[in-house]
Write a protein that binds this ligand. Structure first.
Ligand SMILES: Nc1ncnc2c1ncn2[C@@H]1O[C@H](COP(=O)(O)OP(=O)(O)OP(=O)(O)O)[C@@H](O)[C@H]1O
Ligand SMILES: [Mg+2]
Length: 364
């Protein structure tokens, strides 16, 4: 096990800044998820750690060694790729122990180790088959087995669950979480699935355009998103973001939206000196913090029912508010009874309100 540190690391491909000036420090035994949309630099970051790409600038350390210019084979890393990259002509046992063969371990010792690892991953009965003769979930376990077989210092996972169907994906997710807690290894796990990142990570690093825009424990990032990008990326459905204008007088602050005026008594302190009268802001509300009401209230948003989607334990209720859609998660066995086009109100508690500058930056 080892820590992994980036200090001002960049990787540019010509004019493309795949990774740009990234710094972080991942502790020994920590599980970190790199989360972000397609093309934000997640795979490139992993490849830099593995040594499959060389940094344009900056410094990378694993444990107490600088590895910036070290060969991949000298870095002691186990990697699980998105497509598993199993050798189709080799048995599962040979696939799993390939890293040991490269390191010169004999056949009998390899077989013994394959059996050990396969038993812990519940694929011991598949050792003599080939990848084409096992399921996607079993291939994924084989790929994990190969990554753990030589007890590497760091595990890298690049979207290992993306080829699995929804049910298997959830099973495999619990399995990975269990495995990581059992082994206590340092793991860096790439995904663009926010639920996967929330479920697995000790800390999430949210990436946007080659940069890490926020890094912290899942609930901290969820509750205190640093920007509207992060706010919108975590949570399903995502946070509702509404354009508002601030009216400031000596006594009070008022947020004015298309169909609502909200007085901000307690939190006006936090706005003083940070925002100015008339400034355009973005108000953020999580769907689970909104409740339905029949009448207006000082903390409600008025709109017309746009859609009601029953999901079982909850329903998604979307209102059209001016030009925007606002979605609420309404919990309960019975979905709310309302017709499309009917007037409705969504209530919330003032302390649940997030505020951002028009540039997207959070107002603390
Ligand atoms: N070898 C390369 N040559 C040129 N550009 C590259 C190369 N590898 C990656 N890029 C570019 O760098 C950026 C980051 O790519 P990367 O593969 O790291 O994204 P990603 O976050 O893993 O995306 P995805 O979720 O789609 O896998 C992209 O714009 C990509 O086109
Ligand atoms: Mg990728």
């Amino acid at each position: 096990m080892a820590s992994v540190t980036f200090e001002g690391v960049s990787k540019h491909f010509g004019s493309v800044k795949a990774v740009h000036d990234v710094s972080f420090s991942i502790s020994d035994g920590e599980f970190v998820c790199l989360l972000g949309p397609s093309g934000c630099g997640k795979t490139t970051t992993l490849r830099l750690i593995a040594g499959l790409e060389q940094a344009t600038s900056g410094r990378i350390d694993i444990g107490d060694r600088e590895v910036t210019y070290l060969n991949p084979k000298d870095r002691d890393i186990g990697m699980v790729f998105q497509d598993y990259a199993l050798y189709p002509h080799m048995t599962i046992a040979d696939n799993i122990t390939y890293p040991l063969k490269v390191r010169g371990l004999g056949a009998a010792a390899r077989r013994k180790r394959a059996e050990e690892v396969a038993t812990s991953l519940q694929i011991a009965n598949l050792l003599d088959r080939r990848p084409g003769q096992i399921s996607g979930g079993q291939q994924q376990r084989t790929s994990v087995a190969r990554a753990v077989v030589h007890k590497p210092q760091v595990f890298l996972f690049d979207e290992p669950l993306s080829n699995l169907d929804a049910k298997l994906r959830l099973e495999a997710r619990s399995f990975l979480k269990h495995l990581q807690q059992e082994l206590g290894v340092t793991a860096i796990y790439v995904t663009h699935d926010q639920a996967e990142a929330m479920a697995l990570a000790d800390r999430i690093a949210v990436m946007e355009g080659g940069r890490v825009v926020q890094m912290g424990p899942p609930l901290e990032v969820y509750r205190q998103p640093a920007t509207t990008f992060v706010a919108n990326f975590l949570g399903s459905p995502p946070m509702n973001l509404l354009r508002v204008r601030l009216e400031l007088t000596k006594q009070q602050a008022m947020l004015v939206g298309e169909t609502f005026r909200l007085q901000l008594p307690q939190i006006s302190e936090r706005l003083k000196g940070v925002v100015s009268e008339g400034e355009a802001l973005i108000a953020g509300l999580r769907p689970e913090h909104l409740h339905m009401a029949n009448d207006s209230d000082s903390w409600s948003i008025a709109g017309e029912v746009y859609a009601i989607e029953p999901l079982g334990p909850e329903a998604l209720v979307t209102l059209k508010v001016g030009d925007s859609l606002v979605t609420a998660r309404i919990f309960g066995d019975e979905p709310p009874k309302a017709n499309v086009g009917e007037k409705a109100y969504l209530l919330f508690e003032p302390e649940r309100l997030h505020l951002f500058k028009a540039s997207g930056e959070r107002i603390p």
